[in-house]
Design a protein around this ligand. Structure first.
Ligand SMILES: Cc1cc2nc3c(=O)[nH]c(=O)nc-3n(C[C@H](O)[C@H](O)[C@H](O)COP(=O)(O)O)c2cc1C
Length: 162
């Protein structure tokens, strides 16, 4: 039996087929990491009745950005931007889950106000971050050695999100 176009449940949520859009960082927010018109259109175009989308990885903290132009969800402006996206998806009959993340050591100082990224240990990641260079072009750069979080700082990572 072909299961792909049959309904199922994702936790408490019914979906009418199993074609789910994977989370894809598109780096399309405004300068404050707020989703705008471009993202409203992008997600509305991909929404379908009974379908499920998973959003771009979305930072829960000002220190959580690996990619310039990635979305956040820790200010009222972020929430308002995402509300426009969810309204557009719901208008198409679709459902969307927000992928929450904190980039940890994959964050880059250029994307987090010049701060040193925080991580469980002060060990560099050997991936790349995407930042704006001096001319505003997006370029890939190596990550830096992060700062190890102190034990008493760990709850603050979550507090920033609440
Ligand atoms: C441009 C691009 C952006 C991506 N962004 C995310 C992301 O924000 N969150 C995530 O969990 N995965 C992300 N991924 C991974 C995709 O979700 C993944 O490639 C997809 O699930 C297909 O899996 P596969 O690459 O193992 O075949 C990204 C992949 C690409 C190519």
């Amino acid at each position: 039996m072909n299961m792909l176009f049959t309904q199922t449940q994702v936790g408490p949520y019914p979906v009418s087929h199993r074609v789910v859009m994977a989370p894809l960082t598109r780096m399309r927010t405004d300068a404050h990491n707020v989703p705008g018109d471009l993202m409203v259109d992008y997600y509305a175009q991909r929404a379908s009745s009974g379908g499920l989308l998973i959003s771009d990885a979305t930072s829960v903290s000002p220190l959580g950005f690996a990619y310039v132009g990635a979305p956040g969800i820790y200010t009222d402006a972020h929430a308002r931007g995402w509300r426009r996206v969810t309204n557009a998806v719901h208008a198409e009959g679709g459902r969307i889950f927000l992928q929450l993340w904190h980039a940890g050591r994959q964050a880059h100082p250029a994307n987090i106000g010049g701060e040193v990224p925080v991580a469980p240990s002060a060990i560099r990641a050997y991936e790349h971050s995407a930042i704006h260079d001096e001319s505003g072009q997006v370029v890939e750069v190596e990550q830096v050695v992060p700062r190890a979080l102190a034990l008493d700082e760990i709850p603050g990572v979550i507090e920033e999100f609440r």
